[in-house]
Design a protein around this ligand. Sequence first.
Ligand SMILES: [Mg+2]
Length: 296
Amino acid sequence: MDRTFKFIVNPVAGPKDNLKYWRALNKKLLEEKLEFKAKITKRQGHATTWASKRVDKGNDSVIVSVGGDGTFNEVASALVNSPLQMAHIPRGSGNGLARMLKIPSKISGLPAYLKEGVLHCIDTGKWNDKYFFCTAGFGFDALIAHHFSASKNRGLKSYVFYIVKAFFSYKGVEATVVLDGEKRNGRFFTVTFANANQYGNNAFIAPGAKLQDGLLDVTLIRPFPKILTPFVVVALFGKRIHKFSFVETLKVKNVEIQYVSVPYFHIDGDAIESELPVQVSVLPASLNLLIPKNRV
Ligand SMILES: [Mg+2]
């Protein structure tokens, strides 16, 4: 039997007009004779409510989120540990998971992904009672997420603007974390818990991370001399961040964040607030996700 699809489209994802994109994609899907229905989200959280209803009804269509990492998170959070299948069309500013899995956003590449993609059961990260699929953490990246969520301008240019603006005055945060029973404390530039290997935009914060190993990759970056910044940036994009002496990487199952002096956190790039201590863990093989055939 051919797959059928239920699309959930975030009209305001990312820097561009996503409704215009959706209209073009809709036309393409009709031409390709795919069987589908679609829903446009009306507000934040709508995708989760909608997807939870599909879970309750025991839907057998593939649920397809069209939006950024935030939209993916909303839909996937409802589907974790359910038998439902999910696909994702990346339209955000970072697209970490989609980039890692080489999921296309160009309309011409999408019919093949949807028709021939292979289902894999990937891991999910858990942050107290919330889920993350890409990365979560605290420190400089979380500070940027908080600046970014307060700004009206989305997209890579405004990310870069906030990063440069905040970077030169940033001194790191004091923190205590326990990683599978091993304590780390002191001052950190940033601490990231990674399910996927990148933040998005091919910034590889955890080059060794795998989505199906039942482990989270932790990257702890201690404060470093600012003169080294160009080398750190090059290493981040070149999958070599773990090579520096001020960077430690570990693979773990359970984390407790006991203390952070500046309690800014992010999950999947979105700023969140959390009471301490925070429990971070991994739910192995908990989300059925369609992955392009040529990636397997
Ligand atoms: Mg992993």
